[in-house]
Write a protein that binds this ligand. Structure first.
Ligand code: GDP
Ligand code: MN
Length: 383
């Protein structure tokens, strides 16, 4: 789960990472009052779950409360890459002398948390990694050893921070960011930019904070930060129905049983030249209700042109899945979708016979995953 900047900053503050004083506002009037309370120059920042808000015009300075109201009027309702701005964060404006970058994330291949730090902050970190990889300090932390002060020193010296006062502050922030990352079961904590003010004060000017969904039960306060209105509406519907679904941007709706098979299905559809519309895992069962729920979510996406069921019967028997699919099709009107069904494994033949005997013109049984994917892609192109 991704947090908004203001929520990430709230967590940063709890762990002692310096941030600026700010208020949340949902109307221009609230933004003006927020600016009055804060006093002096403020910055009005769009709160949307996407980066690059500055470039998109979603971050604006305001000299006084009246101007803050005006800037909020411009930013609220703005569409930033498909995310409509419904809230702004009004924060005391900072003077910036330098912009650094600090993050911690999981390096899955190393099975360890990975810190990244560079003095070339403020810009896209991918750009720094590509154009000047030597400027990017990377350092793993052995989770059994935990964070040690030498980790922070290595990052700070390695990146060439020369000012002793800055070194000290950044090293402290590195340790606190590790605490925040571990204690929140985070997947990513990123500060870009981590600024140095002309007075030499270091603080987090932005936050990107992603928490592991599977650990949210341990953090009810963080779970409560979920912004339902900002979520992809299809993914929100899927969550409501308990369907494991990730929206992609193609035309072939994909359903598999088991996460591994479903992911392979997405790959195979791509391999044969198609574009998957989604990832969807039916889970172990193939009962009618599970199929109905999944189809409801998948067909809510107007881009879907064909549907590919890829089922491997293990403990789940293919004849049961076939009956589940037919029962689901009795409950939903799916006649406008060509549906390719590949059944293999336990009782596959019986499953295919059941589908064939049902005699539905839009069901196309296939024996292999590759043939099924090809057929689904052809049918999507023809639709
Ligand atoms: P992002 O574009 O979504 O990453 O949003 P950021 O919070 O990182 O802000 C983008 C840029 O806006 C920063 O890199 C700063 O250059 C600028 N900015 C943000 N807050 C302030 C501020 O308080 N004062 C000044 N002078 N610039 C700011
Ligand atoms: Mn940023």
């Amino acid at each position: 789960m991704d947090l908004h900047e203001y929520q990430g900053k709230e967590l940063f503050a709890r762990f002692g990472i310096p941030v600026s004083d700010g208020r949340l506002a949902t109307t221009p009037d609230e933004a003006r009052r927020a600016a009055e309370e804060i006093g002096g120059e403020v910055v009005v920042k769009a709160q949307v779950l996407t980066g690059g808000r500055g470039k998109a015009g979603g971050i604006k300075l305001a000299a006084d409360p009246v101007e803050a109201e005006q800037r909020a009027k411009e930013i609220l309702g703005m569409d930033i890459r498909g995310h409509v701005v419904r809230k702004v964060w009004v924060e005391k404006a900072s003077e910036i002398a330098k912009e650094y970058y600090l993050s911690i994330t999981f390096d899955r291949s190393a099975k360890q948390p990975l810190f990244m730090f560079t003095t070339q902050g403020g810009v896209d970190i991918e750009q720094v990694a590509e154009e000047s990889p030597d400027a990017l300090q990377r350092l793993h932390v052995d989770p059994l050893e935990g964070f040690q002060p030498y980790h922070a020193r290595r990052l700070v010296y390695g990146a060439g921070v020369e000012d002793a006062n800055e070194q000290k502050q950044i090293a402290a922030i590195v340790g606190k960011l590790y605490d925040a990352f571990v204690a929140s079961d985070a997947m990513l904590c990123e500060i870009n930019p981590l600024i140095v003010t002309p007075a030499g004060e270091v603080k987090a000017l932005d936050s990107k904070f992603t928490v592991d969904d599977n650990a949210l039960y341990r953090h009810p306060d963080v779970a409560g930060m979920r912004d339902v209105s900002a979520a992809d509406p299809l993914e929100a519907l899927a969550r409501e129905k308990g369907v494991t679904y990730v929206k992609l941007d193609g035309e072939v709706g994909v359903l598999g049983n088991g996460a591994g098979l479903s992911m392979s299905t997405v790959d195979v559809v791509t391999f044969v030249g198609g574009r998957p519309a989604n990832f969807c895992d039916l889970g172990g069962g193939g009962d009618a209700q599970g199929v109905v729920d999944a189809l409801e979510v998948i067909t809510r996406d107007p881009q879907v042109k064909s549907i590919f069921f890829n089922i491997f019967g293990g403990i789940t028997r293919c004849d049961e899945v076939a009956r589940g699919i037919l029962a689901a099709l009795d409950q939903l009107d799916m006649s406008r979708y060509p549906i390719v069904v590949r059944l293999d494994g336990t009782n596959a033949e019986e499953g295919r016979r059941i589908l064939a005997e049902a005699g539905r013109p839009n069901i196309h049984p296939e024996a292999t995953m590759l043939d099924g994917a090809r057929r689904a892609v052809e049918l999507a192109a023809a639709a």
